[in-house]
Structure formats: structure tokens, C-alpha cells
Design a protein around this ligand. Structure first.
Ligand SMILES: [Zn+2]
Length: 160
């Protein structure tokens, strides 16, 4: 998957599941899905925390939450920070539930809400996601109108 083929790939499916572990892939999938109006399930894990949300196309999108990747070295990668081994399974099961609900058009998805799961305290919190008027993808005057306009370099790994 790359900027030159991602739109062709995501438009073949009813829902895309992002279970990636890096910002370039997250931004690339978000941009392609938001621009093509394809629903996207987003899941992320970090140490004891998991985050899940569902974007159903249009607004808001992942870049409304995180317009750009964090500065180089600001976020350690999974190999450095570690992830509770069970966490991807928990987050993946929630994402699978979201996909089934979308496909069946049943229930209430996490569209417009970010589910934050803290495995250490076994608690959850749901945070509203608001459409950003300055979002580079889904705002009124987006900077990214095509995935070719985006930057998808890997800047999150801690320099060695
Ligand atoms: Zn957006």
C-alpha cells in the first residue's frame, strides 16, 4: 500500500480496518478513506492503553484528532515502549464489533467518539471527536485533496 495505489485498494471494500502500528500508515489510510468516503475503523495500542474509533466517511476524521504526526522522536515505537500482549486482541475485538455493526447497519458505532481503554485500571472512557475547522483533509479548505498531497514519512520512531 502506497499513496499511488491506496485509493484503488480502499474503494474495493465496504469498511477498512486500520490496525497498523505507525503514523504514516494511519495518515495514509485516513486520508484515502476520508477522501473516498469509505468507513474506517481505527485502533491503536500503547503500553496498557488502547484507543478505538470509527469514521464513517466525511467528517470528522483521524486528522481532526491528530493533524500531523508527532515530532521526530516524541513517541517511542512499540519495540521501545512495549505493549501489553493481550491489548491488540482486545482492541481488535472491539474493531471487529464495529465492522459487523457497520455492515449490518445495526446498533451505534463509535462514529464521532474515541473509546479509550485502560487495561491497567480496567476502565474505559469515551471522548467526543469534533470535526476540526482546520482539518487538513475534511475541512472546508483542505490542504490535502488527494493522497498525493500528503506526507507519509515515518517520523515517530525514536532515533537510535
Ligand atoms: Zn478531519
Amino acid at each position: 500500500m502506497a499513496p499511488d495505489n491506496v485509493t484503488d485498494l480502499v474503494t474495493r471494500y465496504d469498511v477498512v480496518v486500520d490496525a497498523s502500528d505507525n503514523f504514516p500508515t494511519r495518515f495514509l489510510l485516513n486520508d484515502a478513506c476520508a477522501l473516498a468516503d469509505v468507513p474506517l475503523s481505527h485502533g491503536a495500542v500503547y503500553r496498557f492503553e488502547g484507543q478505538v474509533t470509527t469514521f464513517t466517511g466525511g467528517r470528522p476524521c483521524y486528522r481532526c484528532l491528530f493533524p500531523e504526526a508527532p515530532p521526530e522522536g516524541a513517541v517511542p515505537d512499540c519495540a521501545t515502549a512495549g505493549v501489553l500482549g493481550i491489548l491488540p486482541g482486545t482492541v481488535g475485538a472491539i474493531q471487529a464489533t464495529e465492522v459487523v455493526k457497520l455492515l449490518l447497519d445495526e446498533g451505534e458505532t463509535l462514529d464521532g467518539r474515541l473509546l479509550v481503554y485502560d487495561a491497567e485500571s480496567l476502565s474505559t472512557e469515551t471522548v467526543p471527536i469534533r470535526s476540526s475547522p482546520d482539518c487538513p483533509v475534511c475541512s472546508e479548505a483542505p490542504a490535502i485533496e488527494d493522497v498525493a498531497d500528503g506526507e507519509y514519512s515515518d517520523r515517530c520512531a525514536v532515533p537510535e
